[in-house]
Design a protein around this ligand. Structure first.
Ligand code: 13P
Ligand code: SF4
Length: 301
């Protein structure tokens, strides 16, 4: 088998490129990433790094976010078909209709959205800072999109605001049910239950902690506990097991896989660097408006 890891290293040096990878990527890709993290960590890194090129092992909205925050760098998404179904659930027309209906509201958009939707938003947020961002908004009414589960969670934490939800959801997290957690808890009564805020409210209500993927890792790093029921995508559990072989990490009944996050292989990363594909290109006026919403997010949180 070809040694893609070595070839990728050599190409990265030659092209002054950096590899950013999300916590849900396959293990081989996680292992060669320069930075591995959640959406917020990776957005910050994309804005900070001084490389000429960013290869983003993740899904399209993440690579678009990197491009908006670093417009002068070449940003590559190794698989053009790695999308996020939730990001595609809202159309521009639907957003414009909501804005027309709720004129007094400001729009907070989860980064799991297209760049065109971000461009029509007041501020973006990630799973790590959604509560903080909504708290900081200077209107009482907030249109929150596209994830209704994350929006409902934020509403429970910020009761002073009136949140108008959109009916988007993540097909990976929305399938996790509270009875699955309860069954796992019967088998592992000592386990801490940590859940991603894209899960349903019924799951959030029985969780010990509600955290982004990187916040989950920090929680596990600091916790004296030895058993964790982790309600999120399987890639994160693999990372936890690798970094804490002495602890036990259990999925909510069965492993949940985001097929889009699993598309990128080492060969795809190599081809991406070698052929400089698939380059993210965003129209300048859209990019400028999306930058304002993303930059505000980085300031708020
Ligand atoms: P994080 O930002 O928490 O890593 O989540 C991204 C995501 O797509 C969750 O499904
Ligand atoms: Fe989108 Fe869900 Fe996959 Fe995250 S896990 S990228 S929200 S489909």
């Amino acid at each position: 088998m070809e040694n893609f890891a070595e070839k990728i290293e050599a190409l990265k040096r030659k092209k002054n490129a950096v590899l950013l990878a999300h916590n849900y990527q396959i293990e081989e890709v996680q292992l060669i990433a320069d930075y591995l993290g959640d959406s917020l960590d990776l957005s910050r890194k994309a804005a900070e790094v001084e490389h000429d090129m960013i290869v983003f092992a993740g899904v399209k909205f993440m690579a678009e976010t990197a491009k908006v925050l670093s417009p002068r760098k070449k940003v590559l998404l190794p698989r053009f078909d790695a999308g996020c179904p939730m990001a595609d659930m809202i159309t521009l027309e639907e957003l414009l209709d909501l804005k027309a209906e709720y004129k007094a509201a400001k729009v907070v958009t989860y980064v799991n959205s297209s760049v065109e939707i971000k461009a029509e938003s007041d501020v973006c947020c990630t799973s790590a800072n959604a509560v903080q961002v909504v708290k900081n908004i200077d209107t009482r009414e907030v249109i929150f999109l596209p994830d209704q589960n994350l929006g409902s969670y934020v509403q429970s934490k910020v009761p002073e605001k009136k949140i108008i939800l959109f009916e988007g959801y993540c097909y990976v997290h929305n399938r996790i049910k509270s009875h699955e957690i309860e069954e796992m808890k019967k088998q592992y009564p000592e386990a801490k239950v940590i859940v991603h805020p894209e899960v349903r409210m019924e799951v959030i209500e029985i969780a010990d902690e509600v955290l982004s993927t990187s916040q989950m890792l920090r929680y596990v790093n600091q916790s004296p506990g030895r058993q964790f029921i982790v309600a999120t995508e399987q890639g994160l559990l693999q990372r936890m097991k690798r970094e804490h072989p002495d602890k036990i990490f259990l999925p909510a009944l069965k492993p949940r896989i985001c097929s889009n996050m699993k598309r990128t292989s080492l060969r795809d990363v190599y081809d991406s660097l070698n052929e400089e594909k698939y380059e993210i290109v965003i129209e300048e006026s859209v990019s400028r408006k999306a930058f304002t919403a993303l930059d505000k997010m980085l300031q708020y949180a």
